[in-house]
Each structure stands twice: as C-alpha cells, then as structure tokens.
Ligand binder design. Structure first.
Ligand code: FES
Length: 106
C-alpha cells in the first residue's frame, strides 16, 4: 500500500491509502477526495484530474509523458509541477506522496 496526502486549494489535508499499481486519481476517487473530477476515467483524455506535485516529490514522480503534456494544455492554471493524477502510478517509492489541488478543474 502507498499513502498519499491530498492538499486542497484551501489547505485542508486528506491522507488515503491505495494499493501499489493503482493511480493517484484512483486513490482519490475511491476515497471520495474532493477536487478530482476524472471525467474520462483515467484515459488521459480530459485533464480534470490535474494536480500539482509537491516540490519534495517532483524528482521521484517524474515528468509527464508527451500525451499527458498535450492534455495538460486543457487544464486550469498549469505550473511546472502539474501532472494528471491518472498518469501517476503508485509504487513503494511513492509511499507518502503529497499532491496539491488546483483552484478548479478544467
Ligand atoms: Fe481524465 Fe486523468 S482522468 S485525464
């Protein structure tokens, strides 16, 4: 299992656990974390699962792939730390990951 802490735009934190191999988006949706819409269900086709990776985790999470980067063009207030949470696959190395929510999706 991997723990992920989601930080809302207002600063509220919520820590959930998800199995290794699941995505950060799935962890949020399955646990009812507000702020991740995930309209396409994880197909990298909607950009409504946008998150900002905490600075301390950016190296370990890595950069978006080219398809994800194209889709991020449709996200709101994209920053260098932006990722689509459906493209972040959880691993033991990401146990403790911290993700911040944008002000809104899409
Ligand atoms: Fe649609 Fe991530 S859930 S792009």
């Amino acid at each position: 299992m991997a723990r992920i802490t989601f930080v809302s735009f207002e600063g509220a934190t919520r820590t959930v656990e998800a199995p290794v191999g699941a995505t950060a988006m799935e962890a949020a949706v399955r646990n009812g974390v507000a702020g991740i819409d995930a309209e396409c269900g994880g197909a990298c086709a909607c950009a409504t699962c946008h998150v900002y990776v905490d600075e301390a985790w950016r190296d370990r999470v890595g950069e978006p792939g080219s398809m994800e980067e194209d889709m991020l063009d449709y996200a709101f207030d994209v920053r260098p730390s932006s990722r689509l949470s459906c493209q972040i696959k959880l691993s033991d190395g990401l146990d403790g990951l911290v993700l911040h929510m944008p002000a809104r999706q899409g």
